[in-house]
Design a protein around this ligand. Sequence first.
Ligand code: AMP
Length: 329
Amino acid sequence: MRMERVISGIRPTGNLHLGNYFGAVKNFVRMQDEYDCMFFIADWHSLTTHPTPENIRQSVRTILAEYLACGIDPAKAPIYIQSDVKDVLELYLYLNMNAYLGELERVTSFKEKARKQPDNVNAGLLTYPCLMAADILMHKADKVPVGKDQEQNMEMARLFARRFNRIYNIEYFKEPESFHYTKDAVKVPGLNGTGKMGKSEGNCIYLCDDEATIKKKVMRAVTDSGPERLNQEKPEPIANLFTIMELVSTPDTYAYFDDQYNNMTIRYGDLKKQLAADINAFCAPIREKIIAFSADEAYLSRVAAEGAERAHERARQTIEEVRHIIGFR
Ligand code: AMP
């Protein structure tokens, strides 16, 4: 029996941060041993929100180096750059023909982005679900690891697969499943007291941050005036620091500060110093690899070229079959 196929894309709109790592990339590293995985860097997708990217080639290289540094092994899971595999455009076109304006306008992420960028409500933004569906269906993926924000786009991908089958009266596309690697999704909080770590929130620790930057960011993290009762529940800013500690520190370290909080002897300065040191210890080996991969232009080009070739092989077969089904010979 063939291994289940997994495909996942990431937009090259910034460096990877701890949220990306623990919420997504760490799982990809485990998945590459268990599934037939492929990853891609969605540079075309990023044009919907960043139509005039400053240096898209560099952003793509950076993300590629960061993926590799996190442990994605291209021998197990090819990585390609979306714009290197042009086959997806043809499937995108066919899916666009069978997608209706009303349903695309109702997609929450479209409405949100249209609200955020009222001067640039472009057609690419509207047909984002068609391109995403094309990325997935092109590979006949069984599973797609997605965050909650992508759930509706996954429903659209399934809808487009079903609709294609119905229109052409054939059981061709299989409906791809959304995939959550762990039962409870990890949510990495930011350092500004509330909410999750995110690029647009300005509250991130990036995997490429150096030791001094990490320390500065952690020492500035929002706290409060300290616990007021024994064993009290931690308010959000404090719980957030502990959540990050749980991810990067040893269980003993976590228990040590947790006890101190519970018996009201905690000094947040000590907690932060330890947390900064542990985040740095966690990031340092990844950071070193990011620097090494980033400097190896020839290797990055080879990884991207091999990834593109593998993706193209699969995609070409799908496109040929789809042409045949529609009636192009
Ligand atoms: P983004 O950088 O926002 O495009 O996020 C890419 C993926 O990283 C998301 O789909 C999530 O799976 C994951 N992610 C981003 N931020 C966080 C976070 N703070 N906690 C957990 N996962 C996250």
